[in-house]
Design a protein around this ligand. Structure first.
Ligand code: CA
Length: 240
């Protein structure tokens, strides 16, 4: 199910939205609206199925019903937030309850937003888009120097000794991230989240493409070895 969007140079796939809802009619309606909006809909009717779907499909956002059999949506949200692998997945809590205390409890459990049933599909989609957008990482404006490179976000310039390095926008963000997070290994998935943002849905091999371009740009200055491949793990920026 590859989207045909050409928004970035990456290979874009559709965002996966997991709908955790035990009432079949509501689950069906949600799923229909999510697909209409161009997302992939995944479904689960209880906590065990939700965790299975999360493990198998790594959803980009979870629509989580509060009232579920056995384990409530609030408990699931807390568990998602407590787990390093799932703590960054945006959650929108769905509930029939409308009072303020419940709203606060829902948000305190780790939900990013909250929507009360019955809701209009248009409102729900607006909330989904807003929550996905909030997860775009913002890069700092300060100049940074690392490994003999100087990077200036305001002028969009990178220099190495007397070399000026020409980079595309994605390579620039990637290098900025590395220069502000040196010596640590990042997996492709982590780099996607940190550099591309969780709202842009690109495949992991896209990272390799941009790493190659970044190295090629650094090569004339003899700096390409700053970007190291750590086999089986990902990439690291290291001056050592
Ligand atoms: Ca329910």
């Amino acid at each position: 199910m590859l989207a045909t969007s050409s928004r970035t140079e990456g290979m874009i796939v559709q965002a996966k939205i997991l709908i955790v809802e035990d009432e079949p009619a509501i689950a069906e309606l949600l799923s229909f609206n999510v697909m209409q909006a161009g997302f992939i809909a995944l479904r689960a009717e209880d906590a065990p199925t939700a965790w299975q779907q999360i493990r198998d499909h790594a959803p980009d956002l979870i629509l989580l019903d509060w009232m579920l059999p056995e384990t409530s949506g609030v408990v699931i949200a807390k568990q998602l937030r407590a787990d390093a692998r799932t703590c960054d997945i945006p959650i929108i809590m769905l509930t029939a309850r409308g009072d303020e205390r419940d709203k606060i409890l829902g948000l305190e459990s780790g939900a990013d937003d909250y929507i009360t049933k019955p809701f209009s599909p248009r409102e729900l989609m607006a909330r989904i888009r807003a929550v996905l957008r909030r997860h775009i990482p913002i890069m700092p404006d300060e100049n940074v120097s690392a490994g003999g490179l100087e990077l200036s976000p305001t002028t969009h310039r990178v220099t190495a000794k007397d070399h000026s390095i020409d980079l595309g926008p994605t390579e620039f963000r990637l290098l900025q991230f590395f220069m502000t997070h040196t010596e640590r290994v990042y997996s492709r998935a982590q780099l996607l989240d940190q550099v591309w943002g969780t709202q842009v849905f690109v495949e992991e091999r896209t990272v390799d493409v941009h790493i190659r371009r970044l190295r090629a740009a650094l090569e004339p200055a003899g700096m390409d070895n700053l970007i190291q491949t750590v086999r089986g793990s990902g990439y690291r920026f290291s001056a050592n």
